[in-house]
Design a protein around this ligand. Sequence first.
Ligand code: GLP
Length: 257
Amino acid sequence: MEIVVLPTADDIAKAAADRIEGLLGRRSDAVLGLATGSSPLPLYKELGRRHSEENLSFADAKAFLLDEYVGLDPDHPEAYRNVIRREFVSLVDINEDAVASPSGTADDIAAACKAYEEAIQAAGGVDLQILGIGTDGHIAFNEPASSLASRTRITTLTEQTREDNARFFDSVDDVPMHVVTQGLGTILEAREIILIATGENKAEAVAQLAEGPVSAFWPGTVLQNHQHITVFADEAAGSQLKLRDYYDHMYRNRPQQ
Ligand code: GLP
């Protein structure tokens, strides 16, 4: 696990955008895994800037979203499909039809989840997955107690996550209780993962993710089992890391090959 603490969210956005630009340089038809939440927004803005000012192109790329609320009207502005259209798709030249998201309105949600897994496989799997992390350590919507081998499924949000996400709705009562999410097992199959965490309220989740025992109680800890993961944290989110000096040392002295 590479843990990189940078001063600001903008520094993280640039470093993460460099990875994505590097991937698209090697494979213009890369498959991206997109996360919602506020943490990746500066990254999406930076990718949009590189697209308009530096010709970075997503024209051949495909993308899969991590998760979706169940039961929200498909036109609801906070349905993740619409959030990602607004915050990423509209800023770059990715084909809208090449951006898939789990269905939170299907009549048969279990069948839709299975089809979603199959679609990821058919696309060749995710090359680079962008993640945020919840204050309770959830990734995508895999809440504490999620099976570390879980697949795409419907699940129930903790009250803490509903309260955290109430800022996007009129009140906490409007935050759906159920969601469809890629599982932890699904996410682990991405070839590369970038997790972005900013702000003091993520400090405990980041410390657990990097330094805690692997446990369903802190679902993000499952990422310790991934071969190619980078955690980008700002100073506040990295403030509880015990081995911080070592991570800085490692980053300054990264092997050149
Ligand atoms: C949401 C999303 C996650 C996201 C997390 C943190 O519930 N399902 O994918 O990582 O919460 O969100 P934020 O970045 O806004 O703190």
